[in-house]
Design a protein around this ligand. Sequence first.
Ligand code: ZN
Length: 232
Amino acid sequence: MDRREIAALLAYIGRLDPRTIRTDQGEARDQLAQWHELLGDVPMATPHGWDARVAARQHIRISPYPILPADVARPWESYRRDRLARHTDPTPSVDPDDQAAWTAELAGTRRAVATGTTQPAQARAITSGRDGIDPKLEARLREIGSCIPPAARAALAPYRPARAAREAAVAQGMPDALSVRCEWCLAQPGEPCRRRRIGPDDGARGTAPRATPHPGRLDLAAAQQAQQPAMA
Ligand SMILES: [Zn+2]
C-alpha cells in the first residue's frame, strides 16, 4: 500500500473504531508514517481474496484492543503462506534447455502466487483435466507430445509388446494390470509379467517377459480399479 492507500485504510479504521483517530496533526502524520513503514509491502487488495480492509474489520469485530499494523500484517503473512502451501509448481512454458529462463519463470510464478496476483496451481492429478495448463505450454505439448512421436511409437509396438498391450488396455478403459504387483510371477508394478524359460534338462533357465499379464494380475488390477473412485 502506498501512503494514499494507507491513509484510506486509516480513515476506514477510524470509522469502525474512533479510538484510532488522531486529531493532532503531528500525531496523525506519525501514525501514517508508521503504518506506511510497516505495511508498505502489503497490498490493499488482490484479485484473489485478500483485502486489507477485511482484515482490519475482522480485528475490530473480534478484538477489544485498538488495531495495530501487526493486525493487518499477520493475516497477510498467513494468506501468503497458505497460498504457497497450496501451490504446486506448474511446468514452465519456456524451453526446458534454457535453465535461466526456466528458473526465472518458476520463481516468477511463485512470487505472483504469494502476492496474490495469481491463483495457486494445484497438481494436475487432483484438478479436472488440463484446464490449468498454460496455453503456451499446451501449444508446445501439441507440437512435441510424447518424447516418442506417435509414428515411431506405433513402429516400436511389435518390439515392446507388453508396453503396447498396456497402452491399448488403458486406451480402452480396461484395468491397467501393470499398475499392481503380480502375485503369480512377482513382477513389480510397471514391470511386465515374466514366464520361466525351461532348459532341455527341465531346469529353469532364467525368465522372459510376457506380452500379456498373468490373468490373476488383471483381476487384481480390476478389483483395485473398482475400489477407487473414477478419476475425471
Ligand atoms: Zn505375472
